[in-house]
Write a protein that binds this ligand. Structure first.
Ligand code: AMW
Length: 149
């Protein structure tokens, strides 16, 4: 079985959490180590189109995922971000929360992380050559899955 993430078919090997209505996957192009994504299982484009139970499940999953990636990647804070619609920078038309472990000095200007989020998967910056290998992604997902067992 695979997971839908917008136009992408996601292999179970890169998914590290599945709840009743949500799933979390590792990023093929992380902005910082441990940059992962949490999505509703149902292919829904905009946040406003989620049902209340999907919002609840998505945010509960996001909370759990944040705790785990902060610990696993030795972060001391977290950035949560959602680009909700193309004008907000959304490239994959499927609701997703970016979860990014943060640590002191990771960006010289703290909010530069938002510039990086905006740029990292735009045209010209997102060729397959810039993506991580499936093996590397699967290994990271396997390490994170352990925390949810
Ligand atoms: W958006 O700009 O839509 O808020 O973010 C899309 C995110 O999804 C980016 O971080 C991008 O690197 C990631 N991404 C896109 N396709 C895949 C994929 N097939 N597997 C893992 N991550 C992906």
């Amino acid at each position: 079985m695979s997971f839908r993430f917008g136009q992408h078919l996601i292999k179970p090997s890169v998914v590290f959490l599945k709840t009743e209505l949500s799933f979390a996957l590792v990023n093929r192009k992380p902005v910082v180590p441990g940059h992962v994504l949490v999505c509703p299982l149902r292919l829904v484009e905009r946040f406003c189109d989620l049902r209340p139970e999907e919002v609840a499940d998505l945010f509960l999953a996001t909370q759990r995922v944040g705790t785990v990636v902060e610990k696993h990647f030795q972060g001391t804070s977290l950035t949560f971000s959602m680009q909700d619609g193309p004008e907000a920078g959304q490239t994959v038309r499927h609701v997703h929360v970016h979860v990014l472990p943060r640590k002191a000095g990771d960006f010289s200007r703290n909010d530069s992380i938002y510039d990086e989020l905006q740029k990292h998967d735009r045209e010209g910056k997102d060729s397959p050559a810039s993506w991580r290998s499936e093996e590397e992604m699967a290994a990271e997902a396997a390490a994170l899955r352990v925390y949810f067992q």
